[in-house]
Design a protein around this ligand. Structure first.
Ligand code: CA
Length: 510
């Protein structure tokens, strides 16, 4: 089977061109339609005559309105379209179409590292929390030496990671927005893949003092942290600072090395979903396949996190309807409203999201991108909504509010407790994280073939009819369990592609 175009929903008046070479002028399409002009791959072709001012329907929803009449067979270019307004936050339906639970999937396990707090690690990593960016190069220097000189003696430990960031001083630390980066740094230290054995490296004079980061007696003070303060009188020079970090690290390595993988139910998985470099195929191939895997994970008792506020804002009405309760719908609306205000303060709105690459990839605007993006969430009820940097405690499908920026979203999902990351891409990105394995899925076969050593799953086979949404979703579900259990390593992990952490700081700097 070699379809020329894909229509997602029966009511759609456009279809997406599948062939890598695009459509030529005069190409015969199903239903007697003839292409009036050349249309590039992943762009839209009009299936009917569309009047001026009429909606362009994709995913069965209006993604845009036309500025002039578009004859059938034409290329529906972005410049012929205007964007509809975002759904009104005061008019969203709360918990009006809650999907009933699907039958549970029993018996799916992976070999993970059990933590004292009930979470499960998929990797066994020593993490260095840093209170301020001043110490980051020193910690990275020490981490490099630890990897070279100490780690070979502790084969049970996967890696040593400096949780570097650009926060901690020179910031308005009492401003309301400061709560977000502070709790992010705190909760990153509690990520299940760090095993509760976090080391804290502080400078001494910074605004974000260790006690402020981990308040004594607080929920996050588990006694696992060990503190090295570089300005302490006992350190004479750089070499002694590095030696102090290495000495503290070795004690933690000895503890971590004694841990063993044990069979854990799939409910120990916390899988974060994200997309980056999306194209018009993302919403047809990769994201729906991820959505199917998300449904399987939810049925197996796992936690599935999706995020990226500006990429769900235009689907708010669909998501509040799926919330399991009116309270959860209110939480969702609260996060959307907060982000609308945040963008407005910066003189922007949700339309600032799309990139030149998205548009080249056939996405007309943020509405089209959002409708494709939410396909990642599958069909389950939305069980909880968390603010940026908060830990996710619920099982099932959870919305963790984050910016769509790949690096900030990934960082905030790690802070939420993610122990596995799934990333879909259309244009391609060599993205990766140090703290959790990243499985990458291409929306098009051409990308998967061009980047065979960076892409783990080719969802483009769905467009060409070689695979189905269900079969690729199941493939991903199985791969997640294998990677979580340490039996396989995805491309980004094998290549050690570690994008730096990127905090979300909505507060002022000083
Ligand atoms: Ca993203």
């Amino acid at each position: 089977m070699d379809p020329l175009v894909i229509r997602v929903h029966p009511s759609d008046n456009v279809a997406i061109v599948v062939r890598p070479e695009g459509l030529t002028e005069g190409a015969a399409l199903p239903g007697g339609l003839v292409s009036r002009e050349a249309v590039p791959q992943s762009h839209k072709v009009a299936l009917h005559d569309i009047a001026a001012g009429a909606p362009i329907l994709r995913y069965g929803a209006p993604i845009a309105f036309t500025t002039r009449a578009i004859p059938r067979g034409s290329w529906v270019r972005g410049e012929l379209l205007t964007i509809p307004p975002a759904p009104d936050l005061d008019e969203l339906p709360p918990a009006t179409a809650v999907p009933p639970p699907q039958p549970p999937l029993e018996g799916f396990v992976f070999d993970g590292y059990r933590n004292a707090d009930g979470t499960v690690g998929t990797r066994n990593i020593l993490g260095f929390t840093t209170t301020v960016q001043c110490v980051v190069p020193t910690v990275e220097f020490a981490a490099e030496r630890i990897r070279r000189e100490l780690l070979p003696r502790y084969p049970g430990v996967d890696d040593v990671v400096a949780l570097g960031h650009n926060y901690g001083c020179g910031v308005a630390i009492d401003a309301p927005g400061a709560a977000v980066p502070i709790r992010t740094v705190r909760n990153l230290a509690l990520n299940p893949n760090l095993g509760g054995e976090t080391l804290v490296v502080s400078l001494g004079c910074e605004k974000l003092q260790p006690d402020r980061l981990f308040p004594p007696g607080g929920e996050c003070s588990r006694g696992g942290e060990t503190l090295v303060r570089l300005q302490d009188d006992r350190h004479h020079g750089f070499a002694e600072m590095v030696a102090a970090i290495m000495e503290a690290a070795e004690k933690k390595l000895a503890v971590l090395a004694r841990r063993r993988r044990v069979a854990c139910p799939a409910s120990g998985l916390v899988v974060g979903l994200q997309c980056g470099g999306s194209d018009a195929f993302s919403g047809v191939t990769a994201n729906p396949a991820v959505g199917h895997a998300a449904d399987l994970l939810v049925r197996a008792g796992a936690t599935v996190i999706f995020s990226e506020v500006t990429e769900v804002r235009d689907a708010s009405h669909l998501l509040t309807a799926r919330c399991c309760s009116e309270d959860v719908a209110r939480d969702f609306i609260r996060e959307m409203r907060w982000y609308d205000d945040y963008l407005r303060r910066g003189g922007a709105d949700r339309t600032a999201n799309t990139t030149p690459g998205n548009k080249r990839g056939g996405l007309a605007n943020i509405v089209e991108k959002a409708m494709g993006s939410v396909a990642k969430s599958g069909t389950s009820a939305l069980m909880a909504v968390t603010a940026p940097g908060e830990r996710v405690k619920a099982k099932g499908l959870v919305f963790a509010a984050t910016p769509a920026s790949d690096f900030i979203c990934g960082t905030l999902q790690l802070a939420a407790g993610m122990n596995m990351h799934v990333f879909t891409t259309g244009e391609g990105t060599p993205y990766g994280l140090a703290m959790a394995p990243v499985i990458k899925i291409a929306s098009r076969t051409a990308l998967a073939r061009r980047w065979p050593d960076l892409i783990d799953i080719d969802a483009g086979r769905i467009a060409t009819g070689e695979a189905t949404i269900e079969s690729v979703g199941r493939e991903l579900f199985d791969l997640i369990l294998e990677v979580a259990g340490g039996r396989r390593r995805p491309c980004a992990e094998t290549l050690r592609l570690h994008n730096p952490l990127a905090l979300f700081n909505p507060g002022p700097v000083t």
